[in-house]
Design a protein around this ligand. Structure first.
Ligand SMILES: [Ca+2]
Length: 408
């Protein structure tokens, strides 16, 4: 009797051993990452399941109700914007940045690692890209002298010895391909969450870079870390002599996950949008050397040590990503346009001549999650993003929209 029991136990042990070995082998071969990538970060609608779709829909409807309750905007002084929407690109996968090229075409980054030209298709895959969670191929920018030097800058996540980092690289854009990668800045801490990733040239020809806290709250207040910062570098990767901290690319700090940055070209003001922890999404005016508070303060708490946001949404979650500046015309004042992911809208922030900031009724509220906006020659281009793991992919998903305004 005892003998039989012990042989049964042996068999069980062998089965458990084989089963665990298979699990470990599957894990080693990346099954975990495959599962995460396929089901969580870039799912198709069928993969989500009815229950998850229902959760997402409920959450979105609640968010819209919260936004209506916020009551922060009115149209008293500015008429609503009339506009028409045309789909100019579809079947994309998490389009993250839109860049109008001088020849009139649009260049788009797709988070899994592709650089795509609208109307032509993918022209390059960045093989070092690690598409993990919110990380992947993110921001892009053209050199101010692009027509002379053909330089294109990209911000992307990569992996080194099992750790995720982000880097900014410069490429030469030649005959619809990307050549000669030069790494300008790397070892920016990365993670599944909070990678920042927007890059923009400022009026002085220096490059601004937004970085997230990489899910480590100790980094944004640490001036020796590149995480949770807005960085400023020369186009060749060197550090500008007039940066606020000597020999450091850090321009401002105490950021959680800024994903939008833009200049008001006339007034020389730098704006940045930033994801808050639970709601508390911010729009900040960025000054050199200033501390924007994370993780010590959320929104503004009147602490003199920290720079308060000019706008903080406390009643609903916008989840702001890319932003752009809409120059005033006719009866419309200058405005900031901010793409909202969870908010499913483009926020309009009116900036009047007295410097007051007024939240206006949003546009594009029926297109799902919106990743970025780009104003170009009178039109707005917008990337929709429901394949990023947090939306329900449908016919409005992962498109580039062209928005044409018809001011009276
Ligand atoms: Ca802040």
């Amino acid at each position: 009797m005892r003998k039989i029991a012990s042989s049964k136990a042996k068999k069980m042990l062998i089965i458990i051993f084989i089963f665990s070995s298979v699990l470990v082998a599957a894990w080693q071969l990346g099954a975990g990452d495959y599962f995460m990538a396929r089901l969580i970060f870039a799912p198709d609608r069928e993969d989500l399941g009815e229950q998850r779709q229902e959760e997402i829909r409920k959450d979105r409807d609640e968010e819209i109700t919260r936004h209506e309750g916020e009551g922060r905007y009115s149209s008293e002084q500015i008429p609503p914007l009339d506009y028409t929407v045309t789909v100019v690109a579809e079947e994309l996968e998490i389009p993250w940045e839109i860049l109008p090229l001088p020849d009139g075409r649009l260049l788009v980054t797709e988070r899994p690692g592709r650089v795509t030209i609208v109307g032509k298709g993918s022209i390059a895959t960045i093989h070092d890209v690690r598409h993990i969670g919110e990380g992947g191929l993110l921001g892009a920018e053209l050199d101010p002298d692009f027509e002379e030097n053909s330089f294109l800058y990209l911000y992307y996540s990569y992996e080194d010895r099992g750790e995720v980092y982000n880097r900014v690289s410069r490429f030469v854009f030649q005959e619809d391909s990307l050549e000669e990668e030069t790494v300008l800045l790397d070892n920016i801490p990365g993670d599944r969450f909070h990678n920042g990733g927007r890059i923009r040239f400022g009026p002085e020809g220096v490059l601004f870079i937004t970085t997230g806290d990489a899910s480590d709250k100790s980094l944004p207040q640490d001036l020796s870390s590149l995480a949770g910062k807005i960085l400023r570098i020369n186009p060749d990767g060197s550090i500008p002599e007039d940066n606020p901290f000597p020999d450091s690319p850090v321009y401002s700090y105490g950021h959680r996950n800024p994903q939008g940055i833009v200049w008001d070209p006339d007034k020389d003001i730098l704006y940045s949008s930033e994801h808050g922890p639970t709601r508390q999404d911010e729009v900040n005016v960025i000054f050199p050397g200033k501390n924007y508070g994370w993780p010590i303060v959320e929104c503004g708490e009147g602490e003199s040590d920290f720079e308060d946001p000019i706008i903080c949404y406390t009643e609903f979650t916008l989840a702001p990503s890319g932003m752009d500046f809409f120059p005033g015309q006719g009866e419309y004042p200058d405005q900031l346009f901010i793409a909202g992911l969870r908010g499913n809208m483009v926020k309009r922030i009116a900036l009047d001549d007295e410097g007051s900031i007024l939240d206006r009724e949003p546009i594009l509220t029926n297109w799902g999650r919106l990743r970025t906006v780009r104003y170009h020659e009178g039109n707005l281009y917008v990337a929709t993003n429901d394949r990023d793991g947090r939306g329900i992919p449908d016919e409005t998903s992962d498109l580039i929209l062209k928005v044409e305004f018809q001011p009276d």
